[in-house]
Write a protein that binds this ligand. Structure first.
Ligand code: WT7
Length: 576
């Protein structure tokens, strides 16, 4: 407390006047193949300009700014310009629907939105500006929208509210004296799913967050001056915040930024780009690795991949088979793999090998990073014996921990610090895990009402509240089923209001409805209509039974608290 800094200065100005000044900060490749290299000096110019533009618009310290953009350099510029003027950004992944964007804008009362006309994805334009227009129809607090021209698709510009990035640009000076903000000044809010219908605004502040991101990037990726680092995560997720933007730029690294899909125009796009740009580090998700496996080795074998020296994974447990494939096919048994466990809330990597230092075991995140003290505990918070599973907690504070949930300190305390009354200082991660005889950590997955679908966190309650907002739906229960590709697939059980018939067309309508409410990433894989849902005598839906049913087609677990057993018989009979 009491220290001051400017996060953008730490990512940019500190490299000026050094040998890094003319080093590439960003190498960008758009999906259509356009390439742009931006040096630290140039990135600094851009950020300074946008900082002036913000100030001229009256956007400054503490104001919230929503960023809804494709993976283009301007998105990075927007984040850093917010940091420069002390504004708090909330980046909303471009795959979220207008409805989800609206909720986030309203929750944090953003007055400025930065977007693009569109972004490229599998050769098609994702119409971001049109989505922003729909969102703002229900978000009256937004005063200004800055729009980057990316795809050239037609957009509707609202006089007095919307400005083109290029036009706002003209005339703004390209130097900007950065003010120092308190070490605890809010840096960003990032919404993530929890166990209620409403996403949580995880708040990160400045100095501690930056330290966590910078130090971990330095050690976990063992950064070298000439590295060309590629993280495939979108900046809409925390991985993009910490390990595309802040952690890497604070280290003066060269970051490769790719806009589009990994299988466009062909499933070898990543490998082709790795060779062409000489990329040295790849940080991606297990679900992506499993897709690459499925697409076939031939796409990989066409390319040399000899520039790579380090591989990383994040987002979900990696199955040993995918780990071995990654090591052999991509790393050619030459590259260490770092399996990094962390969360939106932790801000930076918590459990990870240090390459070349900590021997790895396929599927284990290995050991805690410096200063991190995790424990596996039972329901009372007592340490579990080795090799017996339990709940994963973090027992000590660390610099990049979340500070609160935006606007809801009570929910923050309840969510993270109420699980073990005997240990009110234990942070509960929501994950189940075990420690083996060597003390290595093996993450099993979420044990709360949160699903991990393709490495994306989705709360069952969010899906359910989206479904019950449909006029024909009476009740809904969402559960996960193991899936080879996605890790977990989303299965929903739906009961209809009286007078409505089940049909395949209605299933499709419900899938699209969830897509509109949340985004395509939340569309159910399977919808099962049911006459009733299994409940306890107190009326709680027994998701545990539904999960069993969705997974194995059987229910063998304890059904003694079930209110009406005939519901289970009917559900099984309804099987598709
Ligand atoms: C949840 C956090 C942290 C960036 C991406 C996801 C799961 C994350 C691993 C890993 C096993 C992992 C956990 C965690 N998870 N990394 N290496 N091994 N599980 O961030 O959306 O906040 O999700 O992702 O279940 O709690 P997030």
């Amino acid at each position: 407390m009491g220290g001051k800094l400017n996060v953008s200065e730490n990512c940019l100005d500190r490299h000026l006047g050094t040998a890094r000044e003319n080093k590439a900060a960003l190498i960008f490749e758009g999906e259509p193949g356009d390439v742009r290299t931006i040096t630290y000096k140039q990135l600094h110019f851009h950020v300074c300009r946008l900082a002036h533009i913000f100030e001229n618009m009256g956007v400054g310290a503490g104001d919230r700014v929503a960023i809804y953009m494709p993976m283009i350099p301007e998105a990075v510029v927007a984040m850093l310009a917010c940091a420069r003027v002390g504004a708090v950004h909330t980046v909303v992944f471009g795959g979220f629907s207008p409805e989800a964007l609206k909720d986030r804008i309203n929750d944090c009362k953003a007055k400025l939105v930065i977007t693009a006309d569109g972004g490229w994805r599998r050769g098609k334009v994702i119409e971001l500006k049109a989505n922003v227009d729909k969102a703002i129809a229900g978000a009256p607090g937004v005063q200004t929208v800055i729009v980057v021209k990316r795809c050239g698709n037609p957009v509707n510009m609202v006089e007095g509210r919307d400005v083109w990035w290029k036009e706002a640009w003209a005339g703004a000076p390209n130097t900007h004296a950065a003010k120092a903000f308190d070490s605890e000044h809010p840096l960003f809010i990032l919404y993530t799913s929890g166990s209620t219908g409403k996403p949580k605004g995880v708040l990160h502040t400045s100095a501690g967050y930056l330290l966590g991101a910078k130090l971990s990037a330095h050690y976990v990726f063992d950064l070298k001056e000439n590295d060309r680092y590629f993280c495939s995560a979108d900046i809409g997720w925390v991985t993009g915040h910490s390990y595309v933007v802040y952690g890497l730029l604070a280290n003066g690294a060269t970051v490769f930024l790719y806009e589009g899909a990994p299988n466009h125009p062909e499933p070898d796009r990543f490998w082709e780009m790795i060779d062409r740009h000489g990329l040295t580090i790849l940080y991606t998700a297990p679900t992506a690795i499993r897709s690459f496996m499925r697409w076939g080795d031939n796409y990989v074998l066409r390319h040399r991949l000899d520039s790579l020296r380090l591989l990383g994974t994040v987002g979900e447990p990696i199955n040993p088979e995918a780990w071995m494939w990654y090591q052999k096919m991509i790393g050619k048994k030459r590259c260490p793999i770092v399996d990094t466990w962390w969360q939106t809330e932790t801000g930076s990597i918590m459990i990870t090998p240090l390459p070349g230092v900590i021997p790895t075991k396929p599927g284990s995140g290995t050991l805690p990073f410096f200063g991190v003290v995790p424990k596996i505990v039972d329901s009372d918070g007592n340490e579990a014996p080795r090799n017996s599973g339990g709940k994963l907690v973090l027992t000590r504070p660390y610099p990049s921990m979340l500070r609160t949930l935006w606007g809801d300190d009570a929910r923050y305390k309840k969510q993270y610090y109420s699980e073990f009354p005997a240990h009110p200082d234990y942070y509960f991660t929501g994950d189940g895990a075990r420690q083996d005889k060597d003390g290595y950590f093996w993450i099993v997955g979420r044990i709360d009402d949160v699903l991990n679908i393709s490495g994306h966190r989705i709360g069952t309650a969010e899906i359910e509240s989206a479904l019950v907002s449909h006029p024909k739906v009476a009740e809904a229960a969402a559960v996960g089923r193991p899936d080879e590709l996605k890790g977990q697939a989303l299965v929903v059980f739906v009961t209809l209001k009286a007078g409505h018939e089940t049909s395949d067309a209605l299933k499709e309508e419900l899938r699209n409805h969830v897509g509109r409410e949340i985004g395509s990433l939340a569309k159910p894989d399977t919808i099962r209509f049911a006459a009733g849902l299994p409940k306890t005598r107190s009326g709680k839906i027994m998701r545990r039974l539904l999960k069993e049913l969705a997974t194995s087609g059987e229910i063998k677990g304890d059904t003694t608290t079930l209110e009406d057993f005939s519901i289970i018989t009917a559900l099984k009979a309804d099987e598709e």
